[in-house]
Write a protein that binds this ligand. Sequence first.
Ligand code: GH3
Ligand code: MG
Ligand code: MG
Ligand code: MG
Ligand code: MG
Length: 334
Amino acid sequence: MNPPAPCSAMNTTSLQPFSILVVEDHPAVRSMLVGMLRTAGAQHIWEADNSQKGLALFEAHRPDLVLLDVILPDGSGLDVVKTMREIESSSQQQTWTPILFLSSLNDEQAIWQGIEAGGDDYLTKPVTPTILAAKLRAMQRLLVMRKQLTDVSQALQDANEKLIHLVEIDALTGLVNRRGFDRILELELRACLRDKQPLSLVLIDIDFFKRYNDACGHLEGDLVLKQASHLLRSVCLRPRDVAARYGGEEFALILPNTPKAGAMTLTRGLTRVFQQYPQPHPNSDVAPHITLSGGIVTIDPNKTPVDERLDYLILQADVALYAAKKRGRNRFVH
Ligand code: GH3
Ligand code: MG
Ligand code: MG
Ligand code: MG
Ligand code: MG
């Protein structure tokens, strides 16, 4: 059998372009390595002749790869690799940089320590261009795999966030649905207690909506629900205000940092927009157009002790809503 053809730097031309940091104190060794790396496809090479410079360059440029000597004038490459790993784990993006030791220390113990300290491979001097390129290529392959994994995990995370969002949105109106309402109200109730800020909740019910459906049909009724949702949204001006479809023809507004007076101003505005953009109702006892009844409840930890149960809060709003219906509809009661 023929011996394998001697490898030459030509075999290494298939390496992806990369940037690399070389930490090596010996000038002649360093310039030899730089030459090899250029042939292997290094697009950018940063050079350091001691630990301190090496770490500074690593932090500033975050190279694709690192080639690291063990014995350095101001310390050990073992400490350098540990610090580099700390820099990686404290950075915003979770990145991994392959770090290869290249040392004249070639005993088993030294190799073990290098890998233990955080190195990904350990080469011994002298190194040939082909061995160096082969090791870099292996690392590049790992980098590609890692990137693919990161992409997949990001895509999964995005899909999951979309899904969570979708299950909390009401298909007909685009408002937050009951599930989202429950979650957000719980969050806002906790924030209200923590920040000692008032929180208002408004439960809203369309008046005589059954009659509307009976007179105009369910599809027309659906359009009214959509229009009502649009109007509800239009009065929720603050970013944290939430308009939700509580169920059927019932809606809810979660109004953080809003005292009772603020909630009443908002609901007066709501009654006004339903008068200004009237949707005719052929069979209502209170007006020739669609009207709303609502119950307002406000909790203010600065004023009275707050019952922390969500159910209790909703019940209070429901009681006020019922009173609004009893007192003739087309009004908000607190
Ligand atoms: P009140 O003034 O006492 O609230 O009278 P109402 O008729 O609105 O009250 P009720 O709760 O008896 O009826 C609510 C109606 O809302 C029943 C149903 O026909 C209608 N409704 C609930 N969900 C939907 C929906 O998704 N689309 C349509 N078109 N109608 C719905
Ligand atoms: Mg050295
Ligand atoms: Mg109802
Ligand atoms: Mg009802
Ligand atoms: Mg109703």
